[in-house]
Design a protein around this ligand. Structure first.
Ligand code: ZN
Length: 118
């Protein structure tokens, strides 16, 4: 059975009012449907490009971090894969020996290696 409902809607592409034959219709015309599709494609490609760039930078960082002899707190967290809170706990109980340079706290790579080899 064909539905005969008519719903007054606003096109989400051109903002024009139109009469929809179904509840799910979002666009007033084929032109707007095409526009919406290309917009969707554009957004999807932007999103995937951003995700790729993010993954790339994370990969480079990990390589750099694991080659460093001294690490910042943030880098140490990334390297061991723990939160900052956990790292603080490790330092408090003496599992990791922090090195203080002025107000900065850095961590010797060696003390992390020792921790992981225990
Ligand atoms: Zn439209």
């Amino acid at each position: 059975m064909k539905s005969t409902i008519e719903i007054s809607k606003q096109c989400i592409i051109c903002n024009g009012n139109f009469i929809a034959k179904t509840q799910v219709t979002k666009y007033c015309s084929n032109k707007c449907i095409k526009k919406a599709l290309s917009l969707k494609k554009k957004l999807a490609s932007i999103e995937s490009a951003q995700a790729e760039a993010y993954n790339k930078s994370a990969a480079i960082d990990m390589k750099l971090i694991s080659s460093k002899e001294f690490l910042s707190i943030k880098e140490a967290c990334l390297l061991i894969g723990v939160s900052r809170m956990s790292l603080n706990r490790y330092m408090n109980i003496g599992l990791i020996e922090p090195v203080r340079i002025g107000s900065r706290v850095i961590i010797k790579r060696e003390s992390i290696d020792n921790l992981l080899n225990m």
